[in-house]
Design a protein around this ligand. Sequence first.
Ligand SMILES: Cc1cc2nc3c(=O)[nH]c(=O)nc-3n(C[C@H](O)[C@H](O)[C@H](O)COP(=O)(O)O)c2cc1C
Length: 269
Amino acid sequence: MKILILNCSPVRIGATGKICSLIAEGLSETHEVKQVCIDDYSFAFCTGCRLCHETGKCVLKEDGADQLAKEMEKAEAIVCVSPSYWADVPGQFKAFIDRMTLYSNTHDPHASLGDSKLGFSAVLRTGSSRKECERLQETISHFYSHLDILSLAGVSMTEVENREDVDKYANELEAFVRTIKNVLAEAVRIRRIAAFEKLYDDLKKAVERNDVSDHTEEIMKKLSAYYETDWKEDFEADESGRIPQKMKRGVLSEDGLYDLLEAYEEQRS
Ligand SMILES: Cc1cc2nc3c(=O)[nH]c(=O)nc-3n(C[C@H](O)[C@H](O)[C@H](O)COP(=O)(O)O)c2cc1C
C-alpha cells in the first residue's frame, strides 16, 4: 500500500523529522512509503475568496499546495506528524489546510482526493500536559474528516524538544507502527464499515424526520443487504479488537442496525 508521511514541521531534521523517519522505517518493511516535509513546498495563503465553495476549484496559480495535494491523492494512507507550535499545528501546515478548502466536503461541488484514505497522526510537544496534544490531534482529525480521510489512530508525545528526546518513545512508536500495519491489513473491511456507517447515519436521520422516499428506500435496501452478508463478520472483527478504537461504528452496535431497520419498516407501513 502507498503511504505518505507528512512532516508538518518546517524543521526537516528536528524531532518531528526523526519521528517521521522511525515510522517510515517500520512501515517500509511491508509498504511503499514516501516522506515529505511541509517545507518542501512553497505556496500562497488562501485569500478567503470562497469561490472554491461554488466551483470546487482554487483561483490561485498552481503552486506547492497543489503539488502536495497530488502526493496525498497518490497515497492510500496518510500519516501527519506535527509538533505543537503555540498549542496547535505549525502555521505552514495550517496554511496548507486552508488551501485545501477546495477539497472540503462541506461544499458541493468539491474537488476529491479519490477513494477514502486511511489517516493517522503523531503529535509532539515540549510541554508536559497531554491536553495540548489532544488539540493537535483534533485539528488533524478535523482536517481529515472534511477530506473524507478516515481518522483511525494517533500517538501523542510530550516533553520532546529535540531529536534525542524522541528516543524515550521508541516503544510507543513501534506500537504505533504495528497499529498502522494492523489497520492497513483490514483496509477493505474498514472502508466498508465507514461506508455503511454513513448510510446508517443517513437512515437514522430519515427516521427522525419521518422521511420515506426513493432515496431512503435505496439506503434501506443497501443496509439490509449488508446485515444479511458482511455485517456479522465485521461485528466479530470489532468484538475481537480488529477495528481501530477511534473509528465511529454505530452500525456495528449489537442491536443498532436491526432496530433501525425495524423502525424504518414501521414508519413505512
Ligand atoms: C514557534 C514555536 C512554537 C512552539 N510552541 C509550543 C507550544 O505551544 N507548546 C509546546 O509544548 N511546545 C511548543 N514548541 C516546541 C515544539 O513543539 C517542540 O520543540 C518540537 O519538538 C519541535 O519539533 P521540530 O523541531 O521538529 O519542529 C514550539 C516551538 C516553536 C519553534
